[in-house]
Design a binder for this molecule. Structure first.
Ligand code: SAH
Length: 410
């Protein structure tokens, strides 16, 4: 560990309860129902001046214990809740949570020596604010909560014991850093970390992943099964992969699905360089990857009368909160409309939304609106979600974020 990092460790690292958060009586229900995010608007009173990152109890106005979590005055999520029992949030607690999460992925057969899997998915694994992906022998942590920055040494120690990885990388997202008051300079590393991209296996392909500076933790593992589902439709067809990143859907379509030809576009030049390298690495010769904004590209393709048999849309999150929903709906509508404009009659649309605030029903309604506007029938064949290493926690609907609808458009 670097010295700069150890200097930034906070002094208050104990797990004693440092304060009480009294919830407004009219806002108490979600926490009784075990939703893990306490926002400022739900709080009536903060007792005991808890420091950011310290453990607090969430109680009713009558002082009755509801749950225990970690406080952060800087975050919109003032308290992240971890337990609804009177138990300490100490090393054995975190160890138990990590063990349970890892056991699931092993049971699913996803923890393979050469593959990649999400070992810990934040709220879904009772670890709000912590994501851990495993790529071969390396772990990449995405630290999305100040509480986990402060407990990083504990978490890393447990992971080293449980998994003995070659190297561990802790990263943060620029946007979330500011929202959470996270201060460490990302990435922080332990052990031997590869300086450049490594190869991991997915669906028999060798996929390059940059653990230190790829998007998020390196790959979008949530779409693993959807890439194969989409590939089932593409045999002998002309495919357009919008928001292709490093070529995930494209390569599986070409190799596993035997597509005739695949064009992939992404706004990130780095992603496109990697996509081309991935094609070459796997001897795939019928893909073409170009840098381009999806909206502009779709408009140009429409104008140039390029038409496709399958269009895949996997855009980034359009809605970051409830206030941005109307804008997000407009963007989803416009994007899907443009995609259908370049889709041959009877073609397939694989359309995704990863905004947690956009429900399945909302996304359905977007397609309804598009169908009305273009006057073409849309048949939904499959309504898919994220791969099972990204479980959906029923008490936290935001974990049900990924929608992937496979449709035929007449
Ligand atoms: N389908 C990919 C993951 C896509 S993630 C896979 O299977 O791996 C979303 C991608 O959208 C990112 O790669 C990001 O660089 C890209 N992106 C964001 N805004 C964009 C835009 N306006 N036009 C094109 N690509 C965009």
């Amino acid at each position: 560990m670097s010295e700069a990092w150890s200097k930034k460790l906070p002094t208050n690292m104990n797990h004693e309860v440092c304060g009480r958060i009294v919830i407004r009586p009219d806002r108490v229900r979600p926490f009784l129902e075990r939703h893990p995010w306490v926002r400022a608007t739900s709080i009536e009173l903060i007792e005991g001046a808890p420091p950011d990152g310290s453990v607090v109890d969430v109680v009713s106005r009558q002082g009755k214990f509801i749950a225990r979590g970690i406080f952060n005055s800087r975050s919109q999520i003032r308290v992240r809740l971890y337990t609804w029992q009177d138990q300490p949030l100490d090393e054995p607690f975190w160890r138990h949570r990590l063990e349970s999460a890892i056991a699931l992925r092993r049971q699913l057969g996803l923890d393979t020596p050469n593959g990649a899997t999400r070992l810990v998915f934040s709220e879904s694994d009772g670890l709000s604010g912590l994501i851990i992906d495993k790529y071969r022998d390396f772990l990449v942590l995405q630290v999305n909560a100040l509480g986990f920055q402060q407990r990083l040494e504990t978490i890393v120690g447990i992971l080293q014991e449980l998994l003995n990885p070659k190297g561990i990388i802790a990263r943060t997202d620029m946007e979330i850093r500011d929202q959470e008051g996270i201060t460490f300079e990302s990435p922080v590393t332990w052990g031997n970390v590869p300086p450049g991209p490594i190869l991991v296996q997915e669906h028999g392909l060798d996929v390059g992943v940059d653990l230190l500076s790829g998007q998020k933790t390196g790959l979008y593992l949530d779409q693993r099964d959807n890439r194969l589902a989409a590939a089932r439709l593409v045999k002998g067809k002309r495919v357009l992969d919008m928001f292709c990143y490093t070529g995930g859907f494209s390569l599986v379509a070409s190799r596993c699905g035997q597509a005739k030809e695949v064009w992939g576009f992404d706004s990130s030049e780095k992603a496109i360089v990697m996509a081309r390298a991935n094609a070459q690495q796997n001897g795939v010769t019928n893909t073409r990857f170009e840098v381009g904004d999806a909206f502009q590209t779709l408009k140009s393709l429409r104008q140039e009368e390029e038409r496709f048999d399958v269009v895949i849309l996997d855009p980034p999150k359009f809605a970051s909160g409830k206030s941005t929903l109307p804008e997000a709906f407009r963007a989803y509508h416009y994007l899907n409309r443009l995609a259908i404009d370049v889709l041959n009659p009877g073609g397939y649309l694989v359309t995704c939304s990863c905004s947690g605030y956009v429900t399945r029903e909302d996304f359905f309604n977007v397609l309804f609106g598009v169908s009305q506007q273009v006057g073409r029938d849309i048949q939904i064949l499959e309504q898919r979600g994220a791969a099972p290493d990204h479980p959906v926690l029923v008490t936290c609907r935001e974990t049900h974020y990924l929608k992937c609808f496979i449709c035929r458009v007449l």
